[in-house]
Design a protein. Structure first.
Length: 417
């Protein structure tokens, strides 16, 4: 019985190769079923994200080739590309890796929480496809438990480590209830999309996206259920915004001091929170001179991000200690399974001896013999037959100069020295 992980990730493989070895959620059930058709693979789960594809499996042999060949054939990937990009983790290393991945310690962004949900989905797909069993079921349940413990007992996910998330985190500190605020987003690129998604997750109900291409803005707002406008409309709508986040590709500021001043008058000087994530800046620096305005630039947030990254690295050290302990516990459980066939064989042999003696005892009782004599003989025969083969083996061990078997027997039966 061998536990094995084979995979590639953002550190070992370029995006082109990761794309070729990626599996959609629709493909996963058929893929894991195909994998366990190999006679060497008894259980399998496939984790596939934009940053990694990993196969967790239980095999009857430690051979890596069957899984690598399957991945090569299934994805039509050149063998040489896989040989230089995949990593192989057997046994204890596979367990430790699963714990680290689920806890965000192996992610591009240290401590990111999305990977845990992705692992749960991967395991669920394999479990429903019927390709997991005793080992992988226990491994993944233990993995999820370890990730939860790390999230609870360390600060691995407590601080924002992306500028987009830091912007939202800062807004949460300034406004007690973000759900009641109106947010105006200037731009519709990747950074603004991340900000918008973080805002939605915190419960913001009204988001306005302003962009030069209103079609691009509409594409984003259609996913989020928010409002799209053109940048030309922005000055007339600015007063509605409690929070403004800007990140466009403009080479000149698109929001000046005059426009913000006019908006403040319409707002009767209710404060505005502005975050400029663009370089070059989208918001004129002079805006910061206005009362009732809180203006932050990408440099302000980057300082927060750097501090938070350092805090996460410290938390990661504590997380690694938790993982080391839990790996030991899982491996103790897994090694205990090696004894099960021997225990079952021993019990079966004892049962056979007992049944044979019971048959003889019942025959003698049916013949009218004294029950006390029958019980006495039953107990004597059972103990003699059970101890006969071990006694012979111990005598042979003594003749062969093998004290190990003798000492093991003393420990096994808790015999006095």
């Amino acid at each position: 019985m061998h536990l094995l992980t084979i995979g590639l990730n953002h550190r070992t493989a370029p995006v082109a190769l990761r794309e070729r070895t990626a599996f959609s959620s629709e493909q996963l059930p058929d893929a894991v079923r195909s994998l366990v058709e190999s006679p060497e693979v008894a259980e399998a789960t496939i984790l596939s994200t934009c940053n990694r594809t990993e196969i967790y499996c239980r095999q009857e042999t430690p051979a890596v080739t069957p899984v690598v060949n399957w991945l090569r054939d299934y994805g039509d990937v050149p063998a040489e590309a896989l040989s230089t990009s995949t990593y192989t983790l057997p046994g204890e290393q596979a367990v430790q890796h699963a714990f680290r991945v689920a806890s965000g310690l192996d992610s591009m962004v240290l401590g990111e929480p999305q990977i845990l949900g992705q692992m749960k989905s991967a395991f669920s797909a394999a479990h429903q496809a019927g390709t997991t069993g005793k080992i992988l079921n226990r491994l993944f349940q233990h993995t999820f438990s370890v990730a939860k413990q790390i999230r609870t007992d360390t600060a691995i996910g407590a601080n924002a480590v992306s500028v987009a998330f830091a912007a939202v985190d800062l807004a949460k500190r300034i406004f007690s209830n973000l759900s009641e605020q109106t947010v105006l987003l200037l731009g519709a690129g990747e950074t603004i999309e991340l900000v918008a998604r973080h805002l939605k997750q915190t419960g913001v109900k009204h988001i306005i996206v302003a962009n030069r291409s209103i079609e691009r803005a509409q594409t984003l707002t259609a996913q989020l259920g928010s409002e799209a406008i053109s940048l030309a409309e922005m000055p007339e709508r600015l007063h509605e915004a409690d929070i403004v986040v800007a990140s466009t590709a403009s080479t000149l500021p698109i929001l000046g001091k005059g426009a913000v001043e006019s908006a403040l008058k319409k707002r009767r000087h209710r404060p505005m929170f502005l975050i400029d994530l663009a370089v070059p800046r989208d918001i004129e620096p002079q805006v910061d001179e206005l009362k009732d305005v809180f203006l932050y630039t990408v440099d302000d947030l980057q300082k927060v991000v750097s501090e938070n990254q350092a805090a996460r690295r410290e938390a990661a050290v504590e997380a690694e200690k938790i993982i080391d302990l839990q790996v030991v516990r899982f491996m103790h459980w897994m090694r205990s399974l090696d004894s099960i066939p021997t225990i079952l064989s021993l019990r079966e042999k004892i049962d056979l001896l007992r049944e044979a003696e019971l048959v003889e005892a019942r025959r003698r009782l049916a013949n009218g013999e004294n029950p006390g004599d029958v019980l006495e003989q039953f107990a004597r025969n059972l103990s003699q037959k059970f101890s006969h083969e071990p006694s012979q083996a111990l005598k042979q061990a003594s003749q062969d100069g093998n004290p190990g078997l003798i000492n093991s027997t003393r420990r096994l039966f808790k015999l006095n020295p």
